[in-house]
Every structure is written in structure tokens, then in C-alpha cells.
Write a protein that binds this ligand. Sequence first.
Ligand SMILES: Nc1nc2c(ncn2[C@@H]2O[C@H](COP(=O)(O)OP(=O)(O)OP(=O)(O)O)[C@@H](O)[C@H]2O)c(=O)[nH]1
Ligand SMILES: [Mg+2]
Length: 315
Amino acid sequence: MKNKKKKKSRDNVGGTSCSAPEQKGVIVAHHGIAVDILFESGERRMVKIKRRAGHVVGDNVLVQEPRLTRLPRRTELRRRDSRGSVRIVGANLDVLCVVVAHLPSPTPGYIDQAMVTARESDLLPVLVINKGDLKESEKFIAETCAIYKDIVDVFVVSAVTGQGLDALEEFMAQGFRSFFVGITGVGKSSLLNAICPELDLRVGELFEAGNRGCNTTTVSTLHTLKGGGELVDTPGFNEFGLVDVSPRDLAGYFPGFEQAMETPCRFRDCRHRTEPGCSVSTLLQEGKISQERYTTYLEILDQLEAGEARFKTRR
Ligand SMILES: Nc1nc2c(ncn2[C@@H]2O[C@H](COP(=O)(O)OP(=O)(O)OP(=O)(O)O)[C@@H](O)[C@H]2O)c(=O)[nH]1
Ligand SMILES: [Mg+2]
């Protein structure tokens, strides 16, 4: 068996002199071969890194140029992309803001997979429904609120009119480091611009045909909010594949199953399909879990089981 090299979290790029004092900072943007660091002193500058060093926005680092050492992460957000590769997208986060809009509408399972990932990663998921100014958003907003309003905090906002932004800012001002995720064109950068106009982030054009936003933001960036808290703007991810969640664990993180998880099922490895003595089935029959929640759960469970079967076949 090949000896795997232990992954270093240290970069040493371009020389060996270490005479400069060591400084602590946080990565606020990642540009492939360099990271933008905000130091505790208030200074902000780019530091070279090795490509694929594994650093991400939110990482705390010690810099004594040319050496950069990544400090241990408190939390880590990971997702699986369309090719099945695992991507670390942010570090040391507290809140995952899942941003959606009626157009472009979220891909099936997107909201739930993002929320399951957040809970599995010890982040608090919240839902941000943008483009509340548009008449055609009404049905989407009503349906989405009906599903999630009793499960997570839901903010109905508009980057154009400023509707709902006070409540969102007040929430973030509690000192959280929040992370925006959402498919491209839902208005993540527009929302950040509305909260912090001085940022002037690039915002996409809205194509007339199909009203789909184009992929505009290419790099995740961390911003300090004037009112308190921090917010990361990200490029749109169209998939939010689960990474560390097994079919057996899914229900424990699934939005809408919280009450059912308080009462253990008869079988410890219950997958909540047709097993007797299942607390999810009981609440479903009592109307305390909606058919929509249950159907969505089964769809994600099917995907996880298919992935598990593929993995076993490969092995
Ligand atoms: N009507 C309306 N349009 C909005 C709103 N927010 C954003 N838009 C429009 O939606 C389009 C996409 O906005 P962006 O802020 O670039 O979207 P994004 O989510 O950052 O997109 P990516 O960076 O590609 O992931 C732009 O044309 C915005 O003007 C809103 O609240 N109401
Ligand atoms: Mg953007």
C-alpha cells in the first residue's frame, strides 16, 4: 500500500526568510495562488499560497512570510458537486443562509440538502427568500413559507426595495459569521450590496429569455457588517450534494422531522419507510408531518441509498 503523505496545512512559498513578525488573520478571499487576509492589526493584504493548499474563506491563519500556517477549524462546510467531488466551501461559520427566489427557482432538494448539511456541520440554517418585490413571487413565497416557517427562521426580503432587510441585519448583528448559499442569480450579491452599499459587488444581468441569472460571482468573499456580524458572499452552487450524511442519519437532520426524532423508533436503524413502531410514520398519520416533507425525505433517502450501493459495488 502506498504511504499517504500527511496533508500539511503549512505553505512556504517563494523563500525561506522568516524574520518578519508573526501575524494572525482571517482569509477573506481566495484567489487560487494567493489569499486576501485581514489581519488583527486591521491591515489587509494578499499572501501567496500553494495551489490546492486547501485553505478556504474563514480560515484563521498565522503568517510569517513567506510561511502561512492554518489554524484548526471550529466548523467546516462541505458539499458534493455534480461530479461527486467533495468541496470545502467555508470555515469557522455559524449560520448558513440558504438564499432562494421564485426565479431562478431552487433545484429539487436544494433547500433541504443545504439545511441537512448545515445541521450536520453544526451550523444554524436559516432561509432567505429574495425578490419579494415581484408580484410573480407571491405564490412561491407563500408555499415556501408554509413549509419552513415553523422549522427555521425565514426572512422574506428584496434587494431592490429593501423589504425585510432590517430583520435580516438584526439577526446577523448578533455576531454570527453567516454564509450565503443559493443557485446563481437568486440575488446573493445584490442582497449584500443592499446591506453594505459601499461594497458595490458585481451583480448579474437578468436575461429576458427564461429569466435566468448568469454566473457572476466567481470567488467567495467575507465581509464585516457595520451593524455587527460577518457575511460571506459565494458563487452560485447549483448542487448541494450531501457529504458525511448516511441514509441512517438523514432523518436526524431533516427539516420537519424534529418532533419525530424526540421519540425513538422501535428499531434503532429505522429508515422511516415501512418499519413498524416508526415515530415518523406515526406523526405522518397524525398530520404533524406533511406529505410534502415525507416525500422530499424519501427522495433524498433514495439518492443516499443509491450512492451507498454504488460505493459498495466499487469496493
Ligand atoms: N426584482 C428583483 N431582482 C433582483 C433582486 N435581487 C437581485 N435581483 C436581480 O437578480 C439578478 C442576479 O442578481 P445577483 O445578485 O448577481 O445574483 P447572485 O445570486 O449573486 O448570482 P451569482 O453571483 O451568479 O451566484 C440581477 O439582475 C439582480 O438585479 C430583488 O430583490 N428583486
Ligand atoms: Mg453573486
